[in-house]
Design a protein around this ligand. Structure first.
Ligand SMILES: [Zn+2]
Length: 344
């Protein structure tokens, strides 16, 4: 049957990069080889994911040319799924905790802006049941995959569709993308999470090499208790996003203000652009330095665009001051300097 609802258009875009840059098997550097793109429909809209895939280039390694995907991909959706984990978690909660029928769940999702057919709701309910039924002891396919790779990089995520709802906890392996355990819990208490991690650890026949999470306090403590000797890395994507949010907003505002004021260079530029004397050339040089500073964007959250712009403009201003003190300030040089020093 062909689809009856239009495919959702992405309203935002996110680039996900693997945290790990060395091969889990041979520990040599893995190179970013290619990009994958997928659109995931979540409760807050459809997001276009750009995934940077790394691969080991050591021909003698058992992971030679095997793709290593960004660990945080599994936070958004299960492999090959169009709908996000948050949608699956909500469908499960509505069905089992609130005993809603499929048409009722469908109506709720549509009201929340999720473009989905009733048939897809039934499919998601099946996925939810499958997810909670995953068992490391009984699943031969899963055990085969894990035995081949010889180790697990464990990621733990909690998905809570709405405040007050149960949290769908998903423990998965980043190397294969497979879910190892999923449980719906009413609480996110440390003892409950420790029990989940212990349960996976006890059933695995192979070692857990590292753990990745968003750094929630209860998760950190649970990992420290259950797996004291395993390195625990915070998912930079989640951790930084949370930490940098207020700074990012302030920085964006500062950049906007700086750009607004720098527009004053345009009249100065216009006055000197057809002149060929030394001073005019000098001024044009400074103006183009200012222009390139404006267009040079930082990449939040690691680089603040506003701070970067301010830094570059300060350098231009300092250089202008040196020139002015040597040559004596002539009119255009002076007005350019005034235009830039008024910024602070
Ligand atoms: Zn390797």
């Amino acid at each position: 049957m062909s689809r009856t609802t239009p495919r959702a258009k992405a309203t935002s875009e996110k680039t996900l990069i693997p945290q790990r840059s060395n091969c889990p098997t041979c520990h040599r550097k893995m190179w970013a080889d290619y990009d994958n793109r997928r659109t995931v429909v979540g409760l807050t809209g459809a997001v276009r994911l750009i995934l940077k895939i790394r691969r080991c280039r050591n021909e003698n390694c058992s992971r030679f040319h095997k793709p290593y995907r960004p660990e945080s991909e599994g936070t958004f959706a299960l492999p090959h799924h169009e709908f996000g984990l948050d949608v699956i978690a909500l469908v499960g909660t509505l069905r089992y905790a609130e005993h809603r029928s499929v048409p009722e769940i469908h109506r709720q999702l549509v009201e929340r802006g999720v473009s989905i057919s009733e048939r897809s709701v039934t499919n998601l309910l099946d996925r939810y049941d499958e997810l909670l039924a995953v068992s490391l002891t009984d699943d031969r396919r899963l055990n085969g995959i894990l035995a081949d790779q010889g180790r697990v990089i464990l990621a733990i995520d909690g998905m809570q569709p709405d405040v007050g709802h149960e949290v769908l906890w998903v423990l998965r392996d980043c190397l294969s993308g497979e879910v190892l355990l999923a449980r719906s819990l009413l609480s996110s208490r440390e003892t409950d999470l420790t029990a989940l991690v212990n349960s996976v650890h006890d059933q695995l026949q192979i070692p857990i090499e590292a753990v990745i999470s968003d750094g929630q306090r209860s998760i950190q403590n649970a990992i420290a208790t259950a797996l004291p000797d395993v390195p625990h890395q915070l998912c930079q994507f989640h951790y930084l996003r949370e930490a940098a949010r207020p700074i990012y907003e302030a920085d964006r505002h500062a950049k906007k203000e700086l750009k607004k004021r720098v527009r004053g260079i345009r009249p100065i530029e216009r006055e000197v652009e057809n002149h060929t004397d030394q001073q005019s050339k000098l001024i044009l040089g400074y103006c183009s330095a200012v222009r390139s500073a404006i267009t040079d964007d930082g990449r939040p959250p690691l680089e603040a665009s506003g701070l970067k712009l301010r830094d570059r403009l300060t350098k231009v201003t300092n250089s202008l001051e040196t020139v002015a003190s040597k040559r004596g300030s002539r009119s255009h040089l002076k007005s350019l300097k005034t235009c830039l020093t008024e910024l602070y």
